[in-house]
Design a protein around this ligand. Structure first.
Ligand code: SFD
Ligand code: AMP
Length: 643
């Protein structure tokens, strides 16, 4: 009987939600400070920490390493890089807070056993200025082991795996815990906590993916990151930021292999079907987006935009010129056949390992389609939109920065007591869950998890009372969360095909409907990433119908129950996105999306954060504009924008 559910109540001091990069960083740091203060830490992951989250398959590079010790770069350099890539709009205090600590995290990874490439002088091999090459197939296992050791060895904490967190518990404006259910057993979980740290990753499959039919389920970012962080913080009433910033990654087509190693390590070019290089041929276009079109490296969205223009003019496909890049790197060995052969073998190995370490399906697709990268180019394409605060997107919760990095001006706006605390008391966020601090990637997310956890423990020490939990609210939440099971049970025998039923909708169909709305009206791949005010308004209207129908979701078993809630989470991420795109009346990042009715940047108002906040009591949204302020002086050219 699916309706017989055991209630499991867990009381803890700090509750860490998620078991990915940020959560593992949080676990290590929280365990250290909790031990000193006699506190308990509980971590909950919907999967198994060893292989959960974005790094499940491993990675082939650590994308954020500043190199402070040997003076390669400064924190300010990193902040400038991020600010430029986001065309001026970033929380410098948050980016600096991570950048000043990230190297120590990378050194910990190495100490825990992660192999980082070294050259003949024992120095790290860089992919690009900020990126280090790793043998990273087991990256997540290494990081998870350290988190588990920290939490479990001295009895400081406990870990719940395969428990899906649905939403928050609140005591007024203070977080009081979370509720969820086991995806394996009939157990309903109530976690009561003095502080909660959200690190449940970003959101994938909000938009219709390029891969459909036999390839469906394949995505660049993991499909099991389904918007739980955004849902949790939105439902808690936290202010959200940069919800209009979706990330469109350019990826090897159909298996989503990342391009960074090809552009940076192999120094490859991408050319269109006529052999033209859009980065060269379309350079003039960048002036339209000045001064950000002039910065180096050219912002990721503008790089996308130039390629998209080629596609829209019918010059596709775009190819990564792997054979040319490998040929050039081996060229200097040409006179010595043995050395040349050796170098070619080495490059060939590196090319395959790049994918075998982090996107195995890309290696499989290459093998299946007889691609030998040293002989043949591979197609690349702009993928569907993702919501991810840790890569080149920026969506997430609006969190407090650290006190010591604020100026008098920024302190007013960006600091409210505890680093990485959202606008809800006791609710902390890290990794994809926190916004406006892009380019943290795996290492920066782990680092931000550490920063947030340390701060959360300080919060608990200074606010050491258990918030009240309203048991009637818990009972109502339990009924709501488990309802899809009874809906299915009640009605599934009324039709010959249990998929088709006038009384309910199954999660897969619900997801298709959401993806179709977003794809067609909110600037997905079918719409060439283009939208306008009328289309966005229509999307909101259709999302409203979808929301009404979410009450009719049906689940045959626990796995489907998880699928139901994953899609509800995605739906709320979608709504925050559409509302924020409507709020900003401009094309707000060309190459991420294009507002056909507002084709330009609004130069007078560009430099601001577009924030939003949902009030669960009144079921209403508030849109808020926040200023972009600097902790480091900005280059002269940017002053032209008046920011
Ligand atoms: O090449 C619930 N990333 C890269 N980072 C790098 O440093 N180098 C790279 O090479 C990177 N590349 C890359 C990357 C990711 C992917 C998928 C590919 C390639 C193919 C990005 C990083 O991986 C990313 O920035 C961090 O992992 C973000 O960390 P975090 O902690 O914010 O998210 P997570 O690791 O995905 O963890 C999420 C956790 O939450 C759990 N979860 N638990 C309970 N209840 C729920 N409802 C939950 N929902 C989710 C998950 O199970 C998981 O534990 S490249 O492309 O640039
Ligand atoms: P990706 O594989 O696209 O996720 O990129 C990995 C890293 O390389 C990220 O830090 C990107 O910002 C960076 N990167 C990728 N392509 C380029 C490029 N053409 N120029 C500069 N940086 C890049």
């Amino acid at each position: 009987m699916p309706q017989q559910f055991e209630d499991v109540v867990v009381e803890t001091d700090l509750l860490i939600l998620g078991g990915g990069m940020a959560a593992c960083g949080a676990a290590v740091e929280a365990a250290y400070w909790a031990k000193q203060n006699g506190l308990k830490v509980t971590l909950v992951d919907k999967a198994a920490v060893d292989r959960s989250g974005a790094v499940a398959m491993g990675l082939s590079a650590i994308n954020q390493y500043v190199g402070l010790k040997d003076g390669t770069n400064t924190v300010k350099d990193y902040v400038e890089y991020v600010r430029n890539d986001l065309m001026g709009i970033t929380r410098e205090d948050l980016v600096a807070s991570i950048a000043r600590h990230v190297d120590s995290t990378v050194h910990l990874f190495e100490k825990w056993g992660l192999p980082i490439w070294k050259d003949e002088n024992g120095k790290y091999v860089h992919e690009g200025r900020w990126q280090l090459m790793i043998n990273g197939e087991s990256y997540k296992v290494v990081v998870a082991e350290a988190a588990k050791n920290a939490l479990l060895q001295d009895g400081v904490g406990e870990i719940y795996e395969r428990v899906f967190i649905v939403g928050p518990l609140l005591d007024g404006n203070r977080i009081a815990g979370a509720v969820g259910f086991s995806v394996r057993e009939n157990k309903f979980y109530v976690f009561k906590a003095k502080a909660v740290l959200v690190a449940m990753g970003g959101a994938v499959h909000v938009f219709k993916p390029r891969s459909s039919g036999e390839g469906m389920g394949r995505a660049w970012y993991p499909p099991w990151n389904s918007g739980s962080s955004a849902y949790f913080t939105i439902q808690a009433g936290a202010e959200m930021t940069c919800q209009e910033v979706r990330f469109i990654p350019v990826r090897f087509k159909d298996a989503y292999g990342p391009v960074g190693a090809w552009f940076l390590l192999f120094k490859s070019r991408a050319t269109n079907s006529q052999g033209g290089n859009y980065m060269v041929e379309r350079r003039d276009e960048l002036e339209k987006w000045a001064p950000y079109g002039r910065v180096k490296p050219i912002p990721a969205n503008l790089r996308n935009w130039l390629g998209m223009l080629d596609i829209m003019e019918g010059k596709g496909p775009i190819y990564m010129r792997t054979e040319e890049a490998i040929g050039k790197l081996a060229e200097q060995y040409k006179d010595d056949p043995r050395a040349y052969k050796k170098k070619m073998k080495e490059l060939e190995n590196e090319a395959w390992e790049d994918f075998l370490d982090m996107t195995i399906s890309q290696a499989l697709l290459w093998a299946a389609t007889n691609v030998q990268p040293e002989q043949k180019s591979s197609e690349i394409a702009a993928a569907e939109p993702y919501f991810i605060g840790s890569h080149s997107g920026a969506s997430g919760a609006w969190v407090s920065g650290p006190e010591d990095l604020q100026t008098e001006e920024t302190k007013e706006e960006y600091f409210w007591g505890y680093a990485n605390m959202s606008t809800v008391t006791g609710l902390f966020c890290a990794g994809d869950a926190s916004g406006a601090s892009s380019h943290k990637f795996s290492s920066g997310s782990h680092t931000e998890g550490r920063i947030a956890a340390k701060s959360a423990i300080q919060f608990i020490v200074e606010n050491n009372q258990m918030p009240n939990v309203d048991e009637a609210e818990v009972a109502a939440l339990k009924a709501k969360i488990l309802k899809p099971l009874s809906t299915f049970e009640q009605h599934s025998n009324e039709t010959t095909d249990p998929d088709i039923n006038p009384n309910y909708i199954r999660p897969r169909m619900f997801m298709f409907r959401l993806q179709k709305i977003m794809d067609e009206y909110a600037g997905g791949i079918s719409a060439q990433f283009s939208t306008n005010e009328s289309q966005l308004s229509r999307a909101l209207e259709l999302l409203q119908f979808l929301k009404e129908d979410s009450d009719k979701l049906a689940a045959e078993n626990l796995h489907e129950l998880m699928r139901c809630w994953e899609n509800v989470h995605r739906m709320w991420q979608a709504e925050a996105h559409v509302r924020t795109m409507l709020f900003r009346e401009e094309t707000r990042w060309p190459g991420y999306y294009f507002r056909a009715d507002r084709p330009k940047m609004n130069q007078d108002e560009w430099l601001c954060f577009a924030n939003c906040k949902y009030d669960p009591r009144t079921n209403s949204w508030e849109m808020i504009k926040r200023p972009v302020l600097h902790i480091f002086p900005q280059p002269k050219e940017h002053e032209l924008l008046g920011g």
